[in-house]
Ligand binder design. Structure first.
Ligand code: HEC
Ligand code: HEC
Length: 227
């Protein structure tokens, strides 16, 4: 009798203390690659997630899961996760302040270079709009689906252009970034990537709430703004 009562009273006495099942716990393994503070001494490739627009982050996780973006580790991690679960992770990272600034480390000490003309002017002859027309004047992105371009490693940025060109990174049609990427030469991509990666990330690096005008070109991943 005593034994039965004891078992009922202390059912968890022999178990390990439970790990709380919160989004913060679920996000911990991600930080190994996406937020390491000792990043300077490691692979300078991983993109930051913190502070990026939630809709953008969710789209990318779904793309890795469903094969529209390719990276072995990321695809394996996203396998079998539901949209609802990924959406929670996306919201979690969107609200975190950016944890590091690429612009303040390593390559950033490079000498100051003038801004490439494509960034704020585009190239009307090739019908390429200015990057700022979609990514925001400060290039910090626009909620909910356009990412910021600052605070990302140059190698990561160039690799994305390469992936768009060969079709291993895709978004909902019309895929505006793939269309732009296909028009840029390798030299242009490298100049832009190096310039972006060496710009300091401002203290308040949250994406803009909305664009002052409509997108210059339609992008399938960006919800249409209602008039
Ligand atoms: C083993 C390292 C690693 C781990 C762990 C990892 N990631 Fe990634 N993640 C990457 C790499 C590398 C990329 C860039 C891949 C590419 O080149 O497209 C990436 C890209 C992403 C992107 C797209 C970023 C962008 O700006 O487009 C998102 C979103 C993302 N990861 C979310 C997560 C989440 C959420 C977790 C945890 C569940 C996670 N990652 C865990 C390595 C990792
Ligand atoms: C017509 C609007 C538009 C223009 C112009 C534009 N972008 Fe984009 N860009 C987007 C959208 C939308 C995405 C998100 C695509 C997705 O969901 O995969 C994106 C994504 C990106 C990414 C991926 C960021 C990451 O974290 O992986 C990079 C890099 C990028 N753009 C660079 C540029 C550069 C450089 C220019 C100028 C030469 C430019 N973009 C011009 C709309 C635009």
């Amino acid at each position: 009798m005593f034994l039965i009562v004891a078992l009922i009273a202390v059912p968890h006495a022999w178990a390990m203390p439970p790990v709380p099942d919160t989004t913060a716990e679920r996000a911990k393994p991600c930080l190994a690659c996406h937020a390491s503070e000792d990043r300077k001494n490691r692979d300078e490739y991983y993109p930051r997630l913190a502070g990026k627009p939630a809709g953008y982050l969710l789209n990318q996780m779904v793309h890795f899961r469903d094969g529209r973006r390719q990276h072995r580790a990321m695809s394996l991690l996203m396998e079998n996760l539901s949209d609802a679960y990924l959406s929670e992770l996306a919201n979690y990272f969107a609200l975190l302040p950016p944890l590091y600034s690429v612009g303040s480390t390593g390559a950033a000490r490079a000498e100051k270079k003038p801004e490439p003309a494509l960034i704020a002017q585009g190239d009307s002859a090739r019908k390429i709009p200015a990057c700022t027309a979609c990514h925001g004047k400060e290039m910090l992105g626009v909620a909910p689906a356009v990412p910021g371009l600052l605070g990302l490693p140059a190698d990561y940025l160039s690799a994305q252009f390469g992936a768009w060109k060969v079709g291993t990174r895709r978004a909902a049609a019309p895929d505006c970034m793939a269309d732009i990427a296909r028009q840029l030469s390798e030299t242009e991509v490298n100049v832009i990537a190096n310039w972006l990666a060496t710009q300091p990330l401002p203290r308040d690096s949250r994406p803009a709430a909305n664009l002052p005008a409509e997108l210059p070109v339609r992008c399938g991943s960006v919800p249409l703004v209602k008039p």
